[in-house]
Design a protein around this ligand. Sequence first.
Ligand code: CU
Length: 515
Amino acid sequence: MLLNPLVSRRHFIRHSLGLAAMGTGLAALPFQPGHAASATIRKASSPLGIIDDLMNPEEHHSSEGRLRTKLFMSVADVLLPTGPAKLRIFNESLPAPTLRIKPGDALEIAFENRMPANPETTNMAANIPNRFNTTNVHYHGFHVSPQGNSDNVYLQIEPGQRFNYVVRIPEDHPAGNYWYHPHRHGAVAAQVASGAAGMAIIGGALDEVPEIAEAVERVLVIQAPVPGLDGLLTTENPIWPLDAERNFLINGVYRPRIYLREGEVQHWRILHAGDAQFLPLRADGLSLYEIGRDGNPLPRAEENDEVDLAPGNRVNILVKAGKVGTYQLTRPAFNQGKMPLPELLLADIIVIPGNDPRITDGNRFGRHLPMGALPKNHILTDIVDGEITMRRKFVLGVSDIKGFFKDTEFTINDRPFDPGRDDVTAKLDSVEEWTLVNTTPFPHPLHIHVNPFQLMDVNGVADPRKPWLDTVPVPAAGSVRFRTRFKDFTGRYVMHCHILPHEDTGMMINVNIES
Ligand SMILES: [Cu+2]
């Protein structure tokens, strides 16, 4: 099957979904072949019903407290703007299906690695990209257990193996936009740059704000697949240069059309699932209001000309259309550290009359912006000075090491990642303040698993909103300070740079939370 992002959108055979129920429970390892999907599946579709409109990705919804579904990684043939490519992706779908769940749900994923065997016969050093056909699944931003068959990034799911994930979402989990992608150290960049990623939406209070509830909702997964030189990526060489040519796609489509009606307010959930380049986004002629970032609402809607996304970030924005006409969603030219990156045209935005006959009946038509305070998540309360039990400093660096990939090693506190070393050991329920200092000439978006953090300041300048995030860019030669509570879950997890070639070459630490 040739997936072609240049045409409007292809249809996929949904392998194995909807088979008759055969299995029993799936609490235990390993994979149970009788595991049956119980997801409600909504096919990819235009929210307005317009034929050449950008479609929201296929969605798998939970019901009665669980979302049981199947995911597999395999090699898919895809026609990219740069030509035919072979990509390692989930469910032969670019992006992977959106998972839509609720607090309190169990996410039960029967995962299968359908990749061919790795060509390597020996294990390589920890921080050299390797074994691109071995994988796992990380649930980015989820506040869940990092152990066992939950959000465990130390798992190595080899070609031909199956694994049952059971990820239990707490009842009081913050609502918002999350995502899932592979996190097998050594292959993260190659697999995510291939396009193996999907949105995960946890429903809740923000969606119930009347002005947001009445708006048409769009899911926009921005990916930047990079093919290998002769098909499948077998080395990180093609993605190593920050300015390497990347195919920026939204929901698998190159430069899609996105329709809005005159005067309409739409709710866009945007995920930056690219591997390396930042995405400052503009839509000149339309008004953009940021209402949430990563998993959490902002205190109130903020109008901005530009919405900034680092790799790994998600935003909720309200987009208000003015007059009928054609507009553009762009990334303006900018410098990422010392690297100039060109302007990109990401999508055409087409504003049509409200009574356009192509629009299907019964669509929502939001026209209003929420003016007051947005709902606060009751567990993510401000971390005050008196709560802090420990302060730590982390220095992000890079050094030349002969024999390593590109003779480069990325470090945190002068050491590259060591899977056998605990860099941070802390007690459950302790509260810490971390300062991240960047000694390099490039920004690094740092992401920490399991527990979100409250951003205090950037380059010493306080952020008055004190937003709760899971991924924050540490500016080139700059710093950030954040606070975090180690709540609910013991076990080991990681903090790392979300410029994924940096992660694979060492910019990661282990955090071990003990009871
Ligand atoms: Cu980095």
